[in-house]
Design a protein around this ligand. Sequence first.
Ligand code: ADP
Ligand code: AMP
Length: 219
Amino acid sequence: MDVVLFGPPGAGKGTQSKFLMTRLGVPQISTGDMMRAERKSGSELGQRFDSFMSKGLLVPDELVLELLAKRLDDADAAGGAIFDGFPRTVPQAIALDAILAKRGRKIDRVLALEVPESVIVDRISGRRTCQDCGQAYHVRYNPPPSTGRCTQCDSDRIVQRSDDKEETVRTRNGAYLKDTLPILDHYRANAGVVVSLDGTGAVEEVTKRLENALEGRTQ
Ligand code: ADP
Ligand code: AMP
């Protein structure tokens, strides 16, 4: 099954992807995580990503699509994927349709998390991220362990993402509204694919709503 987990920056996509991976038995593909890994490697490509990411701007489609197409060739993604933070533009969505069609696949569901701006601000300002594995924490709702070590990979590098600063977040939200939100209309051309759900409340409550959406039950 191929699922797009959709929502504004800070909506809880990465957090909920963990549940979806277990539920669907397919990997999470987060282009943001992949780009941060490339950036960390210090490669020239990583530096190109950083020149956009550090300003809160979207990375150009052709760079993102190259990365994505390669990732879909990996064996673990042969039976489907959870796309997190991708596609981010209508051309990316159209390209993804073509990439999947070549493999006899299509996007089966777009699960759109709806979260008001005040909640987003609260979530992003309190987000802390493991620099080594990408695990997200929140200073109040899911605090990092008192040892300071990541529960997933034992790294001691749990930091605030540089693009989670207020000004950069504003730019990222602008990009979301202008370039990413119109993607929903692209997917709405296929009846029943887009399921919008309330992304507020505790992590477990949102997980339950996602579960219902996958089962086809109404919220
Ligand atoms: P995204 O991947 O959509 O950018 P994240 O999954 O990283 O969002 O979540 C953003 C922040 O909000 C993180 O700090 C995360 O721990 C926190 N968070 C996610 N879901 C919830 C929730 N339901 N309630 C409270 N905090 C949450
Ligand atoms: P995220 O981890 O999804 O919040 O993404 C962090 C940053 O990575 C974004 O602000 C963009 O600069 C870049 N990025 C991630 N995914 C994409 C994408 N699909 N298209 C363009 N830029 C992206």
